[in-house]
Write a protein that binds this ligand. Sequence first.
Ligand code: CO
Length: 644
Amino acid sequence: MPEGPQQSEIDHPLESLTAEEIATATEVVRDSGRVDARVIFAYVGLEEPSKDVVRSYRPGDPVARQVRILLVTSPRAFVMEVVVSVSTRSIVSWREIPDARPALLFTEAIAVIAALKADGRWQAAMRKRGIDDFSKVQIDPWPAGAFGLEVEADRRLSRCLSYVRDAPGANGYARPVEGVVGFVDMGRAEVLEVTDTGSVPIPPGPGGYFPEDMPGLREDLRPLEIRQPRGPSFSVEGNLVQWQRWSFRVSMDPVEGVVLHRVSYRDQGRDRPILYRASVDEMVVPYGSPDSGHSWKSAFDAGEWGLGRMANSLSLGCDCLGEIYYFDVPYADESGNPQTLRNAICMHEEDFGILWKHTDGYSGRSEVRRSRRLVVSSIATVGNYDYGFYWYFYLDGTMQLEVKLTGILSTQGAHPDHTPPNASMIAPQLAAPLHQHLFNVRLDVEVDGPENCVYEVDVVPEPLGPQNPLGNAFRTTSKMLTSELSARRFIDPSKSRHWKVVNRSATNSLGEAPAYKLVPLSSPTLLAQPGSSIEKRAGFATHHLWVTAYTSEQRRAAGDFPNQHEGGEGVKSWTERDRQLVDTDLVLWHTFGVTHVPRPEDWPVMPVEYTGFSFVPVGFFEGNPALDVPPSGDVGCDPAGGCG
Ligand code: CO
């Protein structure tokens, strides 16, 4: 729908927001006369146009751009959701969303820390432990959770934990002030309560992990360099990426972090769609300790913090190695001013071992190809934890998401010779409660077109009998998930269970419908009790798979506003409608992750732990789509090496 003058530099409806567009949008809000100078811009992101607009867009068509903004205009628990047209510099919609809190605000977090440090009850708790210099205390505001307390109503709350930092660069998580929790109204920077249940001494160890903390560093690691003397094999125009047969757009949302749009693969001259949109739409980190200092901890690191808001500016040779392309990401600060996060998204190619190989025993001829993959990644630091999100594209049509979990454990002080319940000891007098990291990926699929079905495929043994006289036989069983309730599913590694997204309006050369399959890894679901606060709030984490009929407003698996939400929102409630899922526009919501039983080896900073899933073609191509990858000698490997 063209609506007046277009932004000249925008040549596609899914281009990333520019700094100019952000400035225009927030200016329109400020100039509306409906907000005062204290307004906080809690979210500023592209309001994506409808799929019809995007699919029918042709180069040169006018682009109408809209920005979705969440405003905080008071200390109370409501937000304003505003949609601004930057094309016409006008407000498209403005509505108050009652009983909703945005992700935690940085400006408020800073005020909360100052308020708690000035509070007599908190100061008394510190002095009781011999801490007189409050500048040496690190305070971490956490999302407060929702427990049906009267005090929670109409407030934006935080629970705050304290840590001793003897020096500015010290590791505070080594020295938790156990038993002290500050309960603070974030909107008003008002300390409501300080609880002190503690008699646990502050752990003694420094938990250092900097080079200068080490008695010595290894001296036998020699340089490993990655060179691409003729440059990388991808091209970038705006946010459009093309690599080998793959084509997609990439952007960063303040909540979801990296978003992939319109992923397609060129096959025999035809761009075949696979995914309309893919992102990590939510994640939750519920803790398994009943201790009052830890039992309320269950951070939604996407919805309560924001994987894009917490994204790092990445550095060459450290976060990413090789011929790197960085996307800078414009964003709005909480005052609505455009800022740019440099090097927010990293993209490069990686060698990935062998792609395929066979040595023919008769002729002795050996044929092998190197695998390489395109990596699109970002890293979010959410308090103590760091999460790397890596989308991989392979030469054989496979996609994969890998999440790398690292950073520092959320710690708990312990009495000497006593391990707190539901926790592991990781260092002297230092424990870490058991917890989970459960991610949800939203896959808005369009496998060979917008209308798809999902089949659950198991591989099962055949019973003994005339059909299976030797008892060796096994076969696949395939069941269509025809409606939303029937599509609430669990993984089953013993049956090699996977989920196929099928387009029944197309046929491959074997006369079958082309498909991509979601291949899960072994992964837990939520361990909290049914009916518990976190089970109601993180309903998405109670199954590994949900499938919904596409609805544009259904963006996040725990709803748009999980912060302090009592629960019942999101994919679990949407699927109660039990809509039909046959030959229609579908969204898959896959929950995956890890249950973390902390180890001493995870301290003081954790070696990366991996989780994720793959999205793999099944009958989508005629045979191995990577037979035409040339031998390595033809793409610049050392010819003296003699491969290929
Ligand atoms: Co963990």
